[in-house]
Design a protein around this ligand. Sequence first.
Ligand SMILES: NC(=O)c1ccc[n+]([C@@H]2O[C@H](COP(=O)([O-])OP(=O)(O)OC[C@H]3O[C@@H](n4cnc5c(N)ncnc54)[C@H](O)[C@@H]3O)[C@@H](O)[C@H]2O)c1
Length: 407
Amino acid sequence: MINVVGLGYIGLPTALMFAAHGVEVVGTDYNKGLVDTLRSGKPTFEEDGLDELFNEAVKKGIRFSHEYQSTDMYIIAVPTPYDKASKKVDASYVAEAVKDVMEVCPKGATVVVESTVSPGTINKYVRPVVEERGFVIGEDINLVHAPERIIPGNMVYELKHNSRTIGADSREIGEKVKALYSSFCEGEIVVTDIRTAEMTKVVENTFRDINIAFANELAKICRSDNMDVYEIIRIANKHPRVNILTPGPGVGGHCISVDPWFLVGDYPGLSNIILAARKINDSMPDFVLERIHNIMKENGMTDVGRVGLYGLTYKENVDDTRESPTLQMLESMERHLCGGQIKVYDPYVTRDLVPNQYHDLDSFIHDVDMVVLLVGHDEIKEHMDELKGKVVLDTRHICFLDGVYRL
Ligand SMILES: NC(=O)c1ccc[n+]([C@@H]2O[C@H](COP(=O)([O-])OP(=O)(O)OC[C@H]3O[C@@H](n4cnc5c(N)ncnc54)[C@H](O)[C@@H]3O)[C@@H](O)[C@H]2O)c1
């Protein structure tokens, strides 16, 4: 039996996937409300294919609990934010979860950390927790790191088809855990050591952050000298070895905007491009605010209450708002004492999250003169004509109406 600890965006689909493929699973989360929702037969977030996977897992007998189970296999999928001051990984959730597991696990158990961590985290924060309990690692308890690569919006497909990495102290344990993941994973599973697995995961997200930053920096350069960045990228990408990404309003989510900081925190002085990329991407929400300000001026608008932000999530067609560029913009407005009036709408965010939040597209559009497209949800792509007659700032390159403003 596997006990999956942490039933959020990563732990829940992983637990469901194992269960749907015939593995006995108990999912544990210390958030009792979340466990109650799952027990009542509902997944806790929206995701393509998740409802079907949930029903299949329930049919196969998955259970949900707020208690840690006594078993021989644990998967830890708890948050790993970064410490805003030191920029280093905050491994406290992982360490706490492993500590709790150590209270109930028998000798011989394997603990797989799926949470993203910086290289050396398991050595520094997890091994001591196991040893303090009197266990000998490699004899009584095996430690494994199996980072996750799935992308919100396509999680169920990617869980099945992505390649994975398993980092273990010994080949034997690595192969054992690989066999377990092979119950549902059809992608290649590479077995390596723990530090290599830790570093590889962080490197993957850092690569993506740097590439996004390059596109965003080009947008700023082109804006400063009146060039069309999209046309330049379109032409440059015809070069067989060039593939520049599309600029955007910033980087959000729990991964790309967080993980590169781990390297900056651990290797200051060596992580120069990484730090520059983080700073560029973090500057984009303010750059959008400046664009809004200039476009309002150009159109003789003075009332920010007639401006509407479309999109609160950090990417299209998901309900995850963590670290989203829109939230970063709203915070920045608060700091500059001009918050509180701008209107906001997102079809995926049904709970009230920010002031002046709308819950239907028509009234949102009706009540504003200017719309800032911050997320390319399918909904707005299908209703683009409704923006005719409005001032539109498109930060995602999805609107092709006459007179649209861009980054
Ligand atoms: N979300 C993504 O797209 C994504 C992708 C790849 C990797 N990751 C990594 O996966 C890890 C988990 O991320 P997430 O997005 O699923 O986080 P999340 O916040 O959605 O879920 C974490 C869950 O863990 C629970 N939890 C925390 N400590 C616990 C404990 N001690 N015992 C029991 N439950 C506990 C919380 O209540 C929460 O429900 C992070 O390290 C993240 O970087 C996330």
